[in-house]
Design a protein around this ligand. Structure first.
Ligand SMILES: CC(C)(COP(=O)(O)OP(=O)(O)OC[C@H]1O[C@@H](n2cnc3c(N)ncnc32)[C@H](O)[C@@H]1OP(=O)(O)O)[C@@H](O)C(=O)NCCC(=O)NCCS
Length: 130
């Protein structure tokens, strides 16, 4: 509950801020997953989306619906020019989600966190400013 309270009061006003939202079912308000949006310090106008959903509720389109809604809100209501997502190349479920929500693969590169895996960056929206 402390964590939820921290999410609720966290500002989302500028670079470095992170918005964390819970996704729940319409019928009984079961929490099925979490979608986060980080306001990147650079390039200007870009937010990075992240997501994790309870596998018990997987395969029903909940993540697709929630991630699409947050992307639309970021681009249409908050004037971000672009939303990106970074995922391991081997994470086929996450890559399929990026495809389903209309993101395009823009780069692949080796991770810099010592894991030695390839990461894929997906994006939607206009071109990021140089
Ligand atoms: C990435 C992740 C959220 C994807 O979950 P998911 O269950 O595959 O995604 P959805 O909830 O959108 O469900 C999509 C599936 O439901 C099906 N589906 C059913 N109804 C649907 C609808 N109305 N709309 C969209 N898809 C629907 C799709 O066809 C798809 O099925 P498939 O997997 O057989 O192709 C999940 O695997 C996860 O939490 N992974 C761990 C965290 C993680 O890796 N995060 C990314 C790190 S950056």
């Amino acid at each position: 509950m402390r964590e939820l309270a921290a999410y609720e009061s966290a500002p989302f006003d500028g670079p470095g801020d992170e918005l964390v939202l819970l996704a729940e079912t319409r019928d009984d308000a079961s929490v099925v997953g979490e979608v986060g949006l980080v306001w990147l310090a650079e390039p200007d106008g870009v937010a990075e989306i992240g997501y994790v959903f309870n596998p018990e509720f997987g395969g029903r389109g909940f993540a697709t619906e929630a991630v699409s809604a947050v992307i639309r809100w970021a681009l249409d209501e908050r004037d971000f020019s672009r939303v990106t997502a970074v995922t391991d190349a081997a994470n086929t479920a996450s890559r399929a989600l990026c495809d389903r929500v209309g993101m395009s693969l823009v780069t692949t590169s080796r991770s810099t966190d010592g894991r030695g895996v390839v990461e894929c960056t997906y994006a939607i929206g206009g071109l990021a400013p140089a």
